[in-house]
Ligand binder design. Sequence first.
Ligand code: PGA
Length: 257
Amino acid sequence: MTKIIAANWKQNGSLKLLIKLTRDIRTGINRLKKRPKTILFPPSIYLDPISKEIKKNKANNKNIQLGIQNISPYNNGAYTGEISIGMTNDFGCTYILIGHSERRHIFMESEKFISNKVSIAFQKNKKVILCVGETLKDYRSNNTKQVITRQINSALRESLQLIKKNKKNLVIAYEPVWAIGTGRSAKIQDIETTHTLIRKLLFKLINDTKSEIKILYGGSVSPQNAKEILDAENVDGALVGGASLSAKKFIEICRTI
Ligand code: PGA
């Protein structure tokens, strides 16, 4: 099964830097014998130029896809500062990141808000990467299972029928909050336990008997730990933050699949 390696550039870079990064990633992936499915999540204001840069090499169009880091839970209207799903269609933007821990914790997005975003994305036939993850406090008090179960249930509950019809449009990213940007990734054993839990939840909720829904790991993925993480049970890919801002590191991670 083709692994997914996604790059979340967050609020980093400039037009010049990100165009160069896209070009270097595109050429780097082109040289790989075995290529992952790559998804780039640039800051929204750069979607258009990055989309054009991706398309410059037709051979790679299928391997590299574009995603948006955040989306409005509403259709077009009076929502200052927001971007609707319809607007993303103008830029060949296929994936939407929903529920990233920085949105949950810094921008106070509630579980209801996240569920609304999943719902509108599925109504509009978009592909969703839903992020879930426990805080350090939850991890230390052995609450990971409860937190992940609650986050998955609350995000998907409203959209179960639509997801069942289009299972491949859903990807889950398990990202322990305490592992994001800290240089301290989760232990392989913990990753496997949580991914297996997510598999079971998806089986129960969506009847995903064929494991069509991919489960990515995110949180300090680096060229050093990528192989071990990507080889772990039920790990279908990685969501990479910091290391995706270096084409060299990102390609090294892609090379480990
Ligand atoms: P990181 O970020 O790789 O810098 O830990 C991952 C993420 O936030 O998706």
